[in-house]
Ligand binder design. Structure first.
Ligand code: NBP
Length: 479
């Protein structure tokens, strides 16, 4: 006998609980379950009045409470726990039932689970959910991957609970198997780059311009009214403006400068290396967090390693606007790189990703939500096969207008000894990308010298090797 709940959620920590509440608040009956029963009973006690919930202590009762085909959202810790839950569910399910992993799983795990479930007659979906605990409750950005027929069974619920922007839900079918989790991974990677760029702007405003946190808060609040308007810039102003109750000074001044990470930025960078996509902004952001974590080493180095003489710039207000422009240009590059990576992954995996749709579903609910994403959506609407966002007139001009300021900021930061890995690597990427002829000709010459790796010529087709250490003659290697 099938039950009455339209969907089930197992895993009721903050994300699963809020997602279940969000679904129930939309009038959908939800069955809920958690490995540790106390978490489920507390959930029912606290939120049971918000909708129609069926709390189940045992997985068997949870499964029995669901309509067929069963739709089960698994919201447990990513990794082995997801496999464990699937193994426990499989014997209880019928062919055609749908298991949905909504946690931050690695896309390769999602591909594997999709195949494993398909062999057992089950349909598996991997969906990315962004927006943290508040998003899960009030409307996240949702990136569903998996069989389109399975998506059709959950589309109504997912689009209803997603954030809505201008009447459009921030949820669309992304592609097969691991595509949803892949896009969520790159979203998180871009979030790393965005945050790192903001931190570098803050560092420059503090140590080169000489401003304190409350003044910088006002600058970010003002920036949030222009091209940079976004959730992250908005909350930066709030974090910088917060007064610490203990000391009476800015709270940010007493927070330890060691950034933690859960791994999705690192995954994005690793996959960029595997795909051969230059992804400097996100990768530098990951490295900056790992460098920040070397706190004891940094303290020793601060007392040992020389830097430039301390000092502030004189024309501080000019530099403030330069920093704004540098931040915007670097952000354009970070997004251009992230979207180029998704395009490469789409081709490599046969996912057929609609990149404009990805920009559309990131406009609300998620951490990188921003006005700017409308521009990206428009760019792909006009040029679906775009290689690089920098080549679209809006972004070409935006960066061209900002580049003088961008270069000045990097000079000033270098003169003052302030590390700006994301700002400067973004500019280097830009300068490298716009060069028709770079210095890799020499790299090829060196590789041929020490390893006979061969090179190609500009003037003649074919592959060549020079007998550097012998007679110095060039020989064709492809004939
Ligand atoms: P956690 O990632 O902290 O996981 C806790 C949940 O996993 C609990 O329900 C726990 O059950 C369950 N669980 C564990 Br741990 N091992 C299990 C196992 N072997 N079998 C069954 N259940 C097990 O929860 P979260 O912070 O709500 O995040 C859930 C997912 O959403 C994660 O993948 C996370 O990366 C992702 N995510 C989180 C956020 C965020 O802002 N927190 C945002 C976006 C995505 P128990 O109660 O019995 O210990």
């Amino acid at each position: 006998m099938a039950g009455q709940s339209r969907i089930g959620v197992t895993g009721l920590a903050v994300m699963g609980a809020n997602l279940a509440r969000n679904i129930a608040r939309h009038g959908v009956p939800v069955a809920v379950h958690n490995r540790t029963t106390a978490r489920m009973t507390e959930f029912i006690q606290e939120y049971g009045h918000e909708g129609t919930f069926t709390g189940a202590e045992r997985l068997e009762d949870f499964v029995a409470a669901l309509e067929k085909p069963r739709r089960i959202i698994v919201m447990v810790k990513a990794g082995a726990p997801v496999d464990g839950v699937i193994e426990d569910l499989v014997p209880l399910l019928d062919p055609g039932d749908i298991v949905i992993d909504a946690g931050n799983s690695h896309f390769a795990d999602t591909k594997r689970r999709t195949e494993d479930c398909a062999r057992r007659g089950l349909r598996f979906m991997g969906i990315g959910v962004s927006g943290g605990e508040e998003g899960a409750l009030l409307g996240p950005s949702i990136m569903p991957g998996g069989d389109p027929a399975a998506y059709a069974q959950v589309e109504e619920v997912l689009t209803a609970i997603a954030a809505q922007v201008d009447g459009t839900p921030c949820c669309t079918h992304v592609g097969p198997d691991g595509a949803g989790h892949y896009v969520k991974m790159v979203h998180n990677g871009i979030e790393y780059a965005d945050i790192q760029l903001i931190a570098e702007a803050y560092d420059l405003l503090t140590h080169v311009v000489g401003l304190d946190a409350p003044d910088i808060a006002k600058i970010f609040a003002e920036w949030n009214t222009g091209d940079l308007e976004s959730f992250l810039i908005e909350i930066t102003a709030k974090v910088l403006a917060k007064t610490d109750e203990r000391t009476g000074g800015p709270l940010v001044d007493v927070i330890v400068d060691e950034a933690e990470q859960k791994g999705t930025g690192r995954w994005t960078a690793i996959d960029a290396l595997d795909l051969g996509v230059p992804l400097t902004g996100i990768t530098e952001a990951v490295f900056a967090r790992t460098l920040s974590a070397l706190r004891a080493e940094r303290a020793a180095a601060a007392a040992t390693l020389a830097g430039p003489a301390p000092g502030r710039v004189e024309n501080g207000s000019d530099l403030v606007d330069d920093i704004r422009q540098a931040l915007y240009a670097s952000k354009v590059v970070a997004y251009a790189q992230g979207f180029a990576q998704m395009r490469a992954a789409s081709i490599a995996n046969g996912w057929n990703l609609d990149l404009g749709a990805m920009a559309t579903i990131w406009r609300g609910g998620c951490i990188i939500r921003a006005q700017f994403l409308n521009r990206i959506r428009d760019a792909y609407a006009q040029h679906p096969d775009l290689d690089n966002l920098l080549m679209v007139p809006y972004f070409t001009e935006a960066v061209a207008n900002a580049q003088d300021a961008w270069r000045r900021v990097i000079v000033k930061a270098t003169e003052h000894g302030v590390a700006i890995p994301a700002f400067s690597s973004s500019l280097s990427y830009y300068d490298g990308y716009r060069r028709e002829r770079g210095p890799a000709n020499l790299i090829q010459g060196l590789r041929d010298f020490f390893g006979a790796h061969t090179y190609r010529r500009l003037d003649v087709e074919g592959s060549f090797h020079t007998r550097w250490a012998q007679d110095g003659a060039e020989v064709r290697t492809d004939s």
